[in-house]
Design a protein around this ligand. Structure first.
Ligand SMILES: [Zn+2]
Length: 351
């Protein structure tokens, strides 16, 4: 707990309700009056926590998702005066940040890679150039072997016969073709070692009857691992294959044509499946997507690469119908009950 002397504001200092609630989350309970508003009941924040609040509310809170990538619309620093006309209820709060931190808020002009101006990614979107980039992905990403002792999970909602092992195989081909990696002729079994990710990826609701199968491979399975951070030498974000794959798996349905193509070619190259970063990874660990320092991606800064690579929670996609084929066995089937759903929320200003 920080001492009273470090406190410079409290959650009660703020008028904007979202900002006040964010301040309550970041601040700590401490006895004494606030040096800024003289109120005693707010949760107290130090200077570094006030910076954290500015980043969470204004930068992370203004993030706009693009077709590929995402950018915050607002930034702040010590060199600029505020040049944004904020809502009337937020203006007095902005003055607190300006006065105590010496910062100004401004409209952020992103470096263009943040909105998908990445050469290999652009080539993937052009049908004629796609093949050579997919070939690069398959040859430059590493192989990962999942051994027979390594268990993973597969969730089914509303199966007809929950005890039937085949219910947990890839869906029959008439159901296929909705997801990221399967096609009509190439069904895919999705699984993960992280049960929370399975629940999210299944888009379950409270009304669904849920079952979870614990699965194990019968033989060593060979995967193309796209969940890692690919360390590239002397490459900017604009030419990065790592950024390409990272953005591809963060994107929604419009990217599936490309990811399905990767799956087909990986299967042709002899892989049993693909390990890919979960779309829900960032939600699961609660961090801002596409973090940068002065417009440079954390992914290409050597000191930050380890923490960046830990952000991806791997998902497994196994080609064909591996349970029917006998490559995967069912260790156990359980009913799964959702007893509490809670969302970790934070706020941002309107623009
Ligand atoms: Zn206060």
């Amino acid at each position: 707990m920080s001492s009273v002397s470090n406190v410079i504001v409290c959650s009660e200092c703020f008028a904007d309700q979202g900002l006040k609630l964010d301040a309550e989350q970041i601040g700590i309970e401490e006895i004494g009056v606030c040096p800024n508003c003289s109120n005693a009941k707010g949760r107290k924040l130090s200077i570094s926590e006030l910076f954290e609040l500015a980043h969470r509310f204004f930068v992370w809170g203004s993030i706009l998702r693009c077709k590929y990538g995402a950018v915050p619309l607002i930034q702040f620093n010590e060199h600029q005066k505020t040049s944004i006309d904020f809502s009337p209820w937020l203006k007095p709060d902005v003055e607190i940040f300006e006065r105590l931190l010496g910062i100004g808020f401004f409209d952020y002009g992103p470096r263009l890679w943040m909105i998908g101006e990445v050469e290999p990614l652009k080539a993937l979107q052009a049908t004629k150039k796609r093949l050579s980039i997919v070939e690069r992905i398959i040859s430059e990403y590493p192989k990962r072997v999942i051994e027979p002792h390594e268990a993973f999970y597969r969730i089914r909602k509303n199966p007809k016969k929950p005890s039937n092992p085949l219910e947990y195989d890839s869906p029959p081909s008439d159901h296929s073709c909705k997801g990221r990696l399967e096609t009509k002729t190439n069904p895919v079994l999705y699984a993960s070692q992280d049960l929370q990710v399975c629940v999210h990826e299944c888009r379950v609701t409270a009304e669904d009857e849920l079952y979870v199968a614990t699965l194990k491979p019968k033989r060593s399975l060979k995967f193309l691992d796209l969940s890692i951070l690919l360390e590239e030498e002397n490459v900017t974000e604009f030419e990065s294959l790592d950024m390409t794959v990272h953005m591809l798996f963060f994107a929604t349905k419009h990217s599936y044509k490309i990811t399905r193509n990767i799956a087909i070619m990986a299967q042709d190259a002899g892989f049993d499946g693909i390990v890919f970063p979960s779309y829900f990874s960032l939600l699961r660990i609660g961090v801002m997507p596409f973090q940068t320092v002065y417009g440079i991606s954390h992914r290409i800064i050597p000191e930050l690469q380890e923490s960046e690579s830990n952000k991806a929670i791997p998902n497994l996609a196994i080609f064909g119908r591996p349970i029917e084929r006998g490559d995967i066995t069912i260790e156990c089937i359980n009913k799964l009950i959702l007893n509490r759903v809670s969302y970790d929320i934070h706020f941002g200003p309107i623009r």
